[in-house]
Every structure is written in structure tokens, then in C-alpha cells.
Design a protein around this ligand. Structure first.
Ligand SMILES: CC(C)(COP(=O)(O)OP(=O)(O)OC[C@H]1O[C@@H](n2cnc3c(N)ncnc32)[C@H](O)[C@@H]1OP(=O)(O)O)[C@@H](O)C(=O)NCCC(=O)NCCS
Length: 149
């Protein structure tokens, strides 16, 4: 099975926060953001292994600040590590103010996906080659040490 680099799985998704995505304060609902993040991360995991993937777990999610109606949300997801059948995907979320164009990072998470066959049984995935220092970081250990970013 041919190894792949982390950057080969890069997946970017951009969404506009519409009224139906918000709570009564006019801020993006957390569940809607998690849904967008799940899809973006799943596509990244699929690009790595080329198989059906299922979400096994979600870690280190935090909602640091409200995202407002009309703001533009951009997600960047990449496979950071691959094991036997599972893949760790790191995703970060940027928000762009549609009046000023200012962009700020407002969220990040680590998803784990498992590649499965048509019957839902786990199957092997390619090795993931980390190239940059950021990609080489053991993200779970990094967070376990109490680092937030
Ligand atoms: C994920 C799933 C395929 C694992 O199947 P399983 O029979 O438990 O498989 P195994 O115990 O052999 O584990 C397979 C891999 O999954 C990983 N895994 C299993 N449960 C996990 C969890 N909760 N978190 C992270 N990884 C998990 C294992 O570490 C293993 O990884 P590896 O092969 O890289 O070493 C199975 O639990 C499943 O189908 N879950 C539901 C997925 C789903 O429907 N997601 C949508 C949420 S509604």
C-alpha cells in the first residue's frame, strides 16, 4: 500500500453562516459547526485511504468565541497520523468577518476515522508521512500536556 504525505489529504471547506444555522442570539449553533467539521475531516480521511470511513471519536473540541450570522467559516483538515485502520485528522476553523475581511482562528479539533469495507469491518490504511515540524508533532500528547494550541 503506497504511503501518502499529510498534505495530500488537505481538505478545505468554506461555509456562509445563514439564519437557519444560528441560535436565538444569531450565533452559529455548535452542532452545525461540528457537522461541517465532520464532513470536511471525513473527506480528508477518505483522500488518504480511498475507502469508506466512519467517525470513531472527536477530541479537543472547543468553541472559543461566537461565530455570527453572515460570517464566513473556513475549515482546513489534514490527516496527521495513520495507524492500522484508523486515521487522526487535525482540523482548524477560521472565521472571516464579511464587513472587514478580518480572519481569526476560532476552533480546532482532532477527529479519528476508521476505514471500513462494505460490511463495516476495519481495513488497513496507508502510512502517513509527516513532512513539516507541525505535522510531526504528536498532537494528542501535545494536548494531554495541557497545551491549548
Ligand atoms: C469504528 C469501528 C469501525 C471500530 O470497529 P471495531 O470492531 O471496534 O474495531 P477494532 O476494535 O478492531 O478497532 C479498529 C480501529 O478502530 C480504532 N477505534 C475503535 N474505537 C475507537 C474510538 N472510540 N476512538 C478512536 N479509535 C477507535 C481502534 O483503535 C483501531 O485502530 P487501528 O486499527 O488503527 O489500531 C466501529 O466501532 C464502528 O463502526 N463504530 C460506529 C462508527 C459510526 O457509525 N460513526 C458515526 C457516529 S454516529
Amino acid at each position: 500500500m503506497k504511503s501518502k504525505t499529510s498534505k495530500e489529504s488537505l481538505t478545505i471547506n468554506t461555509e456562509l453562516v445563514l439564519p437557519n444555522d444560528t441560535n436565538v442570539l444569531g450565533n452559529l449553533m455548535g452542532g452545525r459547526l461540528l457537522h461541517w467539521m465532520d464532513i470536511c475531516s471525513a473527506i480528508s480521511a477518505h483522500r488518504h485511504c480511498g475507502r469508506i470511513v466512519v467517525t470513531a471519536s472527536v477530541n479537543n473540541v472547543s468553541f472559543n468565541q461566537p461565530i455570527k450570522l453572515g460570517e464566513i467559516v473556513t475549515m482546513h483538515a489534514k490527516v496527521s497520523r495513520a495507524f492500522t485502520s484508523s486515521m487522526e485528522v487535525f482540523i482548524d476553523v477560521w472565521v472571516e468577518n464579511n464587513n472587514t475581511g478580518e480572519r481569526k482562528k476560532c476552533n480546532e479539533a482532532i477527529y479519528t476515522f476508521v476505514a471500513v469495507d462494505q460490511l463495516g469491518n476495519p481495513i488497513n490504511v496507508p502510512e502517513c508521512i509527516a513532512e513539516t515540524e507541525e505535522e510531526k508533532k504528536d498532537l494528542m500528547a501535545h494536548y494531554a500536556e495541557g497545551n491549548l494550541h
